[in-house]
Design a binder for this molecule. Sequence first.
Ligand code: BG6
Length: 484
Amino acid sequence: MVSRVIPVEPFDLVIFGGTGDLARRKILPALYLRHRDGQIPDDGRIIGAARSEMDAAGYRETVAEAVRQFVVPAKCEPEQLARFLERIDYVAIDATGTRGWGDLAERMRPDLAQAFYFSVGPALFGDLAERLHQHKIAGPRARIVVEKPFGHDLASARALNATLACHFDEHQIYRIDHYLGKETVQNLMAVRFGNMLFEPLWKNQYIDHVQITVAETVGVEGRGAYYDRSGAMRDMVQNHLMQLLCLIAMEPPSKFEPDAVRDEKLKVIRALQPVEADEIVRGQYQAGDGTASYRDDAENPDSRTESFIALKVHVANWRWNGTPFYLRTGKRMRARMSEIVVRFKEPPHSIFEEDTGQSANELAIRLQPNEGMDLTVTIKEPGPGGMRLVNVPLDMTFAEALGEEATDVPDAYERLIMDVIRGNQTLFMRGDEVEAAWAWTDQVVAAWEARGEKPVPYEAGSTGPEEALILMHRDARRWRELNT
Ligand code: BG6
């Protein structure tokens, strides 16, 4: 594969919360890797901004440590790292006061592309936005980047949107959902809209149902305080799974352009039906072999928060009426696996004898691990013995099809941060999209709260609660195996 790295234009990127966990784990390593690949021009500069009193040299040490810790050793080259550190500066700043803002203003180059990464809690978004304006730091080419959680419900998301809108236009606001930066997620659009093969069949007439699974083996240890207020519905479904559902269900946009794509996704979210309480399964993991229970991890012995959720979702439009989407996501499950499965219907009439082994086609799109796709097709089993049919995968593991380099895909953050500098919002959520997603989520939460039900326990290292299996069994369907 030929490397097609196109350098971005010169920029100033300010990371508020520059010493925090997200900056150290994701943002700084991603920037280092883009630098190492030659995508960042000499004039690309990164300014950490945080409360801690330290100088640029001190911050460079923090950055170097983060890169050494979170970038794979093979890519952590001392010479490259030294050059990367030359781009780094630091300002000690008080987000809610006056300290540091003058300093920051002096360092900015107003004619360049500017990105302000709000890697801080949403409570500070308003203060930061206001001060960037008050101190005339944000120029006309300023963009701000905000992370989830973007609100806790519709009311708080609206309030956040309104706060940001006081100082920035929608085209300057980049709301990150890192799932949209994953290579396979973008590939999903390429497969749907770059081929003639699937689109004619992509509807209720030919598709029996869709499954979206995001299973994790980790628990919530260390993040219990945040997670216990959110649960799997708000932490994963409202954003990541909803985005995957949109990309599967949306109409073809007229162009691969930000508003064309986001308009189509918005229509899907608005077409989601309220979910009935008996189509929701919520679970909580129990203590496992050497692992604590959810309640212990969350340090809340009475917690009613779900660490697992499964839902049957209906998209009420012509294309999808009668074709359900089953979603499930959970922590401490048997395997780490994210996958979308599109299950086609059986052929309308079989010309073969019964019990010959014929079965419906399935297209599986694997996000992680082993990114790739496979399509199961029915063929004749070779050899004598009559017409015996067998289902085989037409496997397209990217590494095998395109060479090892293909698995060396950039992390979602690498892609997304470069898109901010390029000024491309296609893979970011628009304000109305986020609000529509919360409006639907609020209704789902209200459906279970009205029943006052507690989540059901499930075994750590399992596929989740039995009830989630039943959710599909009663429709005579089943989840695809959870394996890596
Ligand atoms: C985050 C959630 O947004 O996504 C986490 O807050 C979750 O709870 C994570 O673990 C999963 O991301 P990935 O990229 O590891 O699938």
